[in-house]
Design a protein around this ligand. Structure first.
Ligand code: RM4
Ligand code: MN
Length: 409
């Protein structure tokens, strides 16, 4: 797509979802370095998330994590977000921080622990009803540390049973997104370690169950865009948790470690016309999605979420930077000249096909994005505009007393 008006319009429609937990304190198992002015409750997290949207114009959604974001009145939280120009997004369940989950949550050999975990997952759907959220995001820390510790297949059966019960509870327009992760905290087996396992469960469940790809949850060197392409083709890509990693699940700012990988991922998304719900299809690819597009069947929107922690950098500008990094990758992906690329591919012209792709990647899209922001009535440099706003100083002086929110609290 080289028509710049179309590129800009796609960029305006593409929305990014922010994690509430990115605004609280976080760290490693060695040390959490507290930052002054961090939110003390979910309402203040929504205030901070709204700042990111205010300066980028494309991040009007904040995901919540339960119980970290537990409030008495979710309708009130939703209204508070709404009053700030954003809305509550995915509800992230947390079945990994309770003593009862030492041997797992829904896969635990002990039925009492399994029941407790399931009750929490169902409670998260109640919260979705109150907040109007579309997505329930499920990540399980379940697994084992030693060979023989538990039966791999029995654990899968327990997982399927719990997922089935949650699925049955989903209302119209609600989805469950199943997230996989290679290892950690378990070191021998993980019960949802990869996209194959997640896909099998989602396929068995039905249309409302989809896979979420956290970019930090793979072994080094895994070709993530391949996974993305196949999930898109099968209509089973529900969303992303974007972040960067150098070694394991580092949760650094997306696009910081490997902007080229992010571009390659977004290239697959753009090819599938999946940047936003109802995106017109520019080129016809093969497979289920192309057929769906041809018959006018609507594709469910993909959730483009960030899942990051800002341990040493200031949090709000780091989220703004992350949104900008995603936008840059999307802009470059939109600039890929689809027709010449396809011609080169069909002609077997290896070098030309690669050159077409690299040409888009090597384009400096920052002027285009600055122009886009000005068209949207925003400052061309969101980080600079935020820093000049005085909001950072304001929260440091206002948020005194109380307990700072943190990852895990
Ligand atoms: C997990 C997973 C989940 C996120 C938590 C905080 O590793 O990525 O998506 O909710 O971390
Ligand atoms: Mn994640």
């Amino acid at each position: 797509m080289r028509d710049l008006t179309a590129v800009k319009s796609a960029l305006k429609n593409h929305q990014i979802e922010l994690p509430s937990w990115a605004f609280g304190n976080s760290g490693t198992r060695f040390k959490v370095f507290g930052q002054p002015g961090v939110p003390r409750n979910p309402y203040e997290k929504a205030d901070d998330a709204a700042q990111v949207h205010r300066y980028t114009g494309v991040a009007p959604i904040m995901a919540v994590h339960i119980p970290w974001d537990k409030v008495d009145d979710y309708g009130a939280l939703s209204a508070h977000a709404d009053g700030n120009g954003i809305r509550i997004g995915a509800v992230n369940a947390n079945v990994f921080q309770d003593d009862d989950y030492k041997l797992g949550s829904v896969c635990n050999p002990d039925q009492k622990s399994r029941k407790k975990a399931l009750a929490h997952l169902l409670e998260c759907v109640d919260i979705m009803d109150a907040t109007g959220s579309r997505d329930l995001k499920l990540w399980f820390a379940d697994g084992t540390n030693y060979p023989g510790q538990d039966d791999i297949v029995a654990r899968q059966d327990r997982l399927a049973e719990a997922l089935g019960a949650v699925y049955a509870r989903l209302g119209d327009g609600q989805r469950m997104l199943l997230e996989y992760k290679l290892f950690e905290p378990s070191f021998y087996t993980t019960d949802v370690p990869d996209w194959g396992t997640a896909l099998l469960h989602c396929q068995a469940l039905g249309d409302k169950a989809q896979v979420v790809v956290d970019t930090g949850h793979h072994a080094p060197g895994v070709n993530i865009e391949f996974i993305v392409a196949l999930l898109l083709k099968s209509g089973k890509l529900g969303g992303f948790d974007f972040n960067s990693r150098f070694y394991a699940d580092d949760d650094l700012m997306v696009g910081a470690a490997d902007p080229f990988q992010l571009f390659r991922i977004m290239h697959e998304v753009v090819k599938a016309a999946a940047l936003y719900e109802g995106q017109p299809r520019e080129i016809t690819a093969s497979g289920a999605l192309a057929q769906a597009a041809a018959t006018g069947a609507s594709r469910p929107g993909i959730a483009f979420m960030l899942d990051q922690c800002h341990n040493i950098e200031p949090k709000i500008p780091a989220q703004i930077r992350s949104v900008m990094n995603v936008q840059e990758a999307v802009a470059k992906a939109l600039l890929v000249d689809a027709e010449p690329l396809r011609e080169a591919q069909l002609a077997g012209d290896v070098l030309e096909a690669n050159a077409v792709l690299m040409d888009a990647y090597n384009t400096d899209v920052r002027p285009l994005l600055a122009e886009l922001r000005e068209e949207m009535g925003l400052a061309p440099d969101p980080v600079k505009a935020y820093l000049a706003s005085g909001y950072g100083e304001k929260i440091v002086s206002e948020r005194v007393g109380g307990t700072a929110a943190g990852w895990g609290a």
